[in-house]
Design a protein. Structure first.
Length: 288
């Protein structure tokens, strides 16, 4: 029942000072840009910082060759789910100074990990440096496997149509001579588009794979990764057989944390972006 009171009929109750207190400020989501040092160069990078005080778990999102699909829609979704997301361009790619090579890119991922682990950076970005996951697309998946195998503190690896470049070279070489394989691999790399890459040639990159084929192939990484979560996502781009073989090898080695998913789409997951995001977020939720 509503009561109508005339002014002066009752004495006003004292104000509750607690009601006047300002609510605690909540740290907002943001985007921070930076240059990450790596072997004499500075890599162009950004971090999508999640809302809240944190510390947040972090994903390092690794782009492919040459990197036309950056998957930043996934990065935004990861941030909304409470993850910080670091994206960067390897040396010699997309305006980052230096020369591009596969060996340099492997070093660059290690530099990015080290950057997030520096206490002042972790504090500024409100992230937990002990909870870093690598997620890579195509060549980025190759880089994620290399980096995690070399760094036991990485919590898990997400592979989106990962390209086992070294393993593919081994297959090519088995079909002919080493020089034949270099020619075929160089042609394949050239068809992907080299314009965003500096200081390299298709032939030079193919010869680099020839020099490191056995050490970089996914099969050589099984022992180092068999105790960690690995998410293998494949599409209709021709990379599924090699990626599924890697997943099987991990399981055979005793890894009980291997997840696989196939989406019927192209290499860029062009018409399956939402399904891809949902799958990645579901997998990342297992780390919290």
């Amino acid at each position: 029942m509503l009561l109508c009171l005339t002014i002066g009929s009752v004495q006003a109750a004292p104000l509750d000072t607690a009601l006047l207190a300002k609510p605690a400020a909540t740290a907002k989501a943001s985007m921070e840009t930076m240059q990450i040092p790596s072997h004499g160069s500075s890599m162009n990078a950004l971090v999508y910082v999640a809302a809240g005080a944190g510390p947040h778990p972090a994903v390092i999102l690794l782009h492919g060759f040459p990197g036309n699909e950056r998957n930043l829609d996934l990065a935004q979704d990861m941030r909304r789910a409470g993850w910080d997301v670091l994206f960067f361009n390897y040396r010699g790619s997309w305006g980052t100074p230096g020369d591009f090579s596969f060996a340099h890119s492997i070093e660059d991922v290690a530099s990015a990990i080290a950057y997030l682990r520096q206490p002042e950076n972790a504090k500024r970005l409100r992230l937990d440096p002990s909870r870093i996951v690598l997620v890579g697309h195509s060549m980025g998946g190759f880089m994620a496997v290399q980096a995690a195998a070399a760094d036991p503190a990485i919590k898990g690896v997400g592979m989106i149509s990962a390209a086992d470049l070294a393993g593919r070279f081994v297959e090519m070489q088995a079909q002919g001579t080493k020089d034949d394989a270099v020619t075929k691999m160089g042609a394949a790399l050239g068809e992907e588009g080299m314009a965003p890459l500096a200081g390299c040639t298709p032939d030079g990159l193919a010869r680099e794979l020839a020099d490191h084929a056995s050490g970089w192939a996914f099969g050589s990484m099984v022992a180092a990764l068999k105790d960690r979560p690995v998410f293998v996502i494949t599409s209709n781009d021709g990379l599924a057989p090699a990626d599924n073989a890697f997943a099987s090898a991990l399981r055979q080695a005793g890894d009980k944390q291997v997840t696989t998913l196939h989406l019927p789409t192209d290499h860029a997951y062009s018409d399956q972006r939402q399904a891809l995001s949902r799958a990645v977020l579901k997998w990342l939720a297992t780390f919290k």
